[in-house]
Design a protein around this ligand. Sequence first.
Ligand code: NAD
Ligand code: MG
Length: 373
Amino acid sequence: MTRQNSIVPVALDDRSYDIHIGPGLIRNAGAHIRDAVGDRPLVVLTDSAVAELHLSPLLDSLRAAGSRVLDPIVVPSGEASKDMEKLGEVMDALLSRGIERKTVLVALGGGVVGDLGGFAAAIALRGIDFIQVPTTLLSQVDSSVGGKTGINSRHGKNLIGAFHQPRLVLADTDSLKTLPRREVLAGYAEVVKYGLIDRPDFFTWLEANGKALVDGDDALLMEAIRVSCAAKADIVGQDEKESGLRELLNLGHTFGHALEAEAGYGATLLHGESVAIGMVMAFDLSVRMGLCPAGDLARVRAHLSDVGLPISAAHLGGGTWTADKLAAHMAKDKKVKDGRVTFILARGIGKAFRCADVALEDVKEVLAASLAG
Ligand code: NAD
Ligand code: MG
């Protein structure tokens, strides 16, 4: 069983933890969790969609391993659960179950459950341990690495939160079999991002294997998740609290967030889809500024559209979106410092860097070109 799994260590001093990646990890979670935290009481948080598909095997496994398991807490599926009201309900549910400092919260689900559960764990009794069992590709390659937890506010996404590292992550590739293809593709955009930031050989590997991977090839998925987690862990290990280097992980996100803000954060445009379009815009901007060969932009566009991701904003907004509107969202992005937007640009595939010196006119040209298709 465990022989087939990969383990990626995340090295953060006394907050270090392992990410296990492979099939069967939910079915065998009990043993892994006992190895990591002993026989402490456990409480599972999940969402309604994931509960139907993956909660029973997890609970069975935890009980079979002899752990005391409190009643699971189930929130509605979807981004709306990352809010103050749901956080309050989760805190109340935890406290009514009589949790103690040694209780461990197990977050079973995508990034929503991971972020909400991680934040609840960070503040319950001034901090209890938590374990992530991510069940979307996005959460397996992105949100389960690095310890950012939190919820949304009416002022913007992820504005209330804490850094709280999990004690263990179990990324079960079998759980991806029930994930809708569109969600798989959205997660895949973040996988491509790691290649574009600083792993050019990985991007070349994805060009060869990406299509089979998004079609569900287990071995390829495992390898892509392993490299992605290692890539993010490497960056987070050097800059846990995002004082510089970690900003590279925002490649495609400054543009992407503008699209998401205009689309209204929902099913119209998934985060990963906005990142795919945003990465194309970041490469386009780099080319226009004379920093990046046009051939590299062409490869990015070709690969993303090859697997089925959107590469332009032309299909969005029914003709009502303008470059000015999108640029206005960027100026409000939480990453703005002293009125300047830091862009992640690229000197080529695998050569991303931070640049605070970008002309607004160039940005608007890129936005207009993306809207034109
Ligand atoms: P999600 O958690 O909403 O999951 C997407 C959908 O898939 C939901 O409807 C969910 O119920 C369903 N689902 C989950 N697993 C499933 C499975 N195995 N089979 C079938 N359906 C399943 O969204 P997500 O894309 O996983 O995560 C997005 C969230 O992650 C955002 O809130 C974002 O802010 C956050 N995020 C956090 C970080 C971080 O560093 N903390 C990084 C990236 C994203
Ligand atoms: Mg992202």
